[in-house]
Design a protein around this ligand. Structure first.
Ligand code: GLN
Length: 504
């Protein structure tokens, strides 16, 4: 008999090794995760769509290739949860919105294709805030995902479904997108690892667009090595994405295996801390710095004065791009169409459809963006925000002249309660204070678990930011931290809730 808990709690890299060695079959591993989803997802609600038949067929195909002696990549046969923002040919793709309900894309995203080519088995599509707009997954048109550490709390957003699936052992790997923090903040509040690659490092082709100059797909996992292995699979140049960088994937796997931070200069961003940050978040962050120092890194404080303006500039640039990207949902081409009874004009049908199909937060951003781009206001809003964006990038450039990486907490607080911030958009937006600067500058950044806050026992995330195309440094520091923490507790933070979510 197979040890189901052993499969569910194993790392992806370990599962890959055991599948390649034919100790386990991909079908058996995939079935274990499908069973787990069936057992727990009624409570967690991480998935919008489970593709059991597709996953098992894919797993059987990988098994057949391995049985025939083919050499496949290190994650071949390992299952994954895919954020429902990635086009999957023939499989529902909603972006968490009613406006795309029932839509089955005629093509797949490059990331989807690369996962399949690597033999990674796609279990299904995970929940998200509508069109990836939010920090709690409460803006999904299909209900809220719950945080496996405490079901009354948010799993972060927008990629709360992917992060929660990892934390509840429903998948060993997941994929997210990060426009302002949607990989890192959910990673932070669920005790999992999430990395936003350098802008242009992973392909946006076939990813439903939110704000195109900021959006970036990236890996989510429970360990640093698993995230790096996944990053390597999805990263690299894609001619189908006009902003894709034509450069090799940085050596992220080597960095994750090494974790050597001897002599590395780590800059603590002075502006990302203090008022508004939970005491337990600050405490665990400081302790993590101590561990990195013991591991041989040099810690210095660095000022990035324009980071305090990042949130304001982001909430002009992002909605401006949202207002233009979401203009394509015109009731003619995709998904929902409301009021088309032969008596109404195309414009009336479009208005009725957009009114019924978009949720409140999406409408708010379309309105803000349309206003910011309108003539007479363009320079005052969008133009100024672009200048702030430039100043933030200069802060990073200056800092990276003296340090190798910058660090901060990933988000100011631990997971808040469901409903706590829904009535106050500004409080919700503040979840992304620490993550937005890296999107604005386009550099690499990741969130790594650094323990539980003493006051509420919930996970705290440690953010590492590196210059563009130095994504390996993010993994190097993450791996050093993971190793140092393992010396004093469980190797993986989510192992602490393994007994809650898996049966012995
Ligand atoms: N929470 C941020 C927002 O609401 C970031 C979203 C994202 O990264 N997709 O815009």
């Amino acid at each position: 008999m197979t040890d189901t808990r052993g499969i569910l709690t194993a790392t992806a890299s370990d599962l890959g090794i055991r599948i390649a060695a034919r100790e386990l079959t991909s079908v058996e591993v995939t079935q274990a995760f499908l069973d787990q989803i069936g057992r727990v997802d009624g409570r967690v609600r991480a998935f919008l769509h489970v593709d059991a038949a597709g996953a098992l067929a894919q797993a059987a195909a990988v098994d057949a290739r391995l049985d025939a002696g083919e050499q496949l990549g290190p994650l071949a046969g390992v299952p994954l949860a895919l954020k429902d923002l990635f086009c999957t040919q023939g499989v529902p793709t909603t972006a968490g919105s009613k406006i795309l309900e029932g839509w089955r894309p005629p093509y797949s995203a490059t990331v989807t294709e690369r996962l399949r080519a690597a033999g990674i088995v796609i279990l299904g599509k995970t929940n998200l805030d509508e069109f990836a707009m939010g920090s709690s997954t409460e803006n999904s048109a299909y209900g809220t995902t719950h945080n496996p550490w405490d079901l009354d709390r948010i799993p972060g957003g927008s990629g709360g479904g992917s992060a929660a699936a990892l934390a509840a052992f429903e998948a060993p790997l997941a994929i997210g997108t990060d426009t302002g923090g949607s990989i890192r903040q959910p990673g932070s509040v669920t005790g999992t690892v999430g990395v936003k690659p350098t802008y242009g490092g992973t392909s946006r082709y076939g990813v439903i667009a939110m704000a195109s100059s900021l959006d970036q797909p990236g890996p989510c996992a429970r360990t640093v090595l698993d995230a790096a292995l996944l990053h390597e699979v999805i990263g690299g140049h894609d001619p189908l994405d006009s902003t894709s960088i034509d450069a090799p994937v940085p050596p992220v796997v080597d960095a994750a295996r090494s974790g050597d931070v001897t002599g590395l200069r780590i800059g603590v961003v002075k502006e990302l801390g203090g008022e508004g940050y939970a005491p337990g978040v600050e405490q665990r962050f400081r302790e993590a710095l101590g561990l990195l120092e013991e591991a041989g890194a040099e810690i210095v404080e660095v000022s990035c004065p324009h980071f305090v303006s990042a949130l304001g500039a982001y909430y002009l640039i992002m909605p401006s791009e949202v207002s233009s990207n979401l203009a394509r949902y015109d009731a003619m081409r995709y998904g929902l169409r409301v009021g088309d009874d032969g008596t109404r004009s195309a414009e009336e049908v479009m208005n009725l459809t957009r009114d019924a199909g978009f949720g409140e937060e999406v409408k708010r951003r379309i309105i803000i963006g349309t206003y910011a781009l309108s003539s007479g206001y363009y320079d005052a809003y969008y133009g100024s925000a672009q200048k702030v964006r430039r100043l933030i990038a200069q802060d990073f450039d200056r800092a990276f002249g003296t340090v190798d990486v910058l660090v901060s907490p990933s988000t100011p607080t631990t997971a808040f309660r469901i409903g706590e911030r829904t009535a106050d958009p500004l409080a919700m937006y503040k979840s992304d204070l620490c993550t937005i600067p890296s999107n604005m500058a386009g550099n690499a950044a990741g969130s790594f678990p650094c323990g539980l806050a003493p006051e509420d026992g919930l996970p705290v995330g440690f953010q590492v930011m590196a210059p563009p195309l130095a994504d390996d440094r993010v993994y190097r520091v993450g791996a050093a931290l993971e190793r140092a923490l393992a010396a004093s507790g469980p190797a993986v933070l989510t192992d602490r809730i393994a007994s809650t979510w898996t049966e012995a």
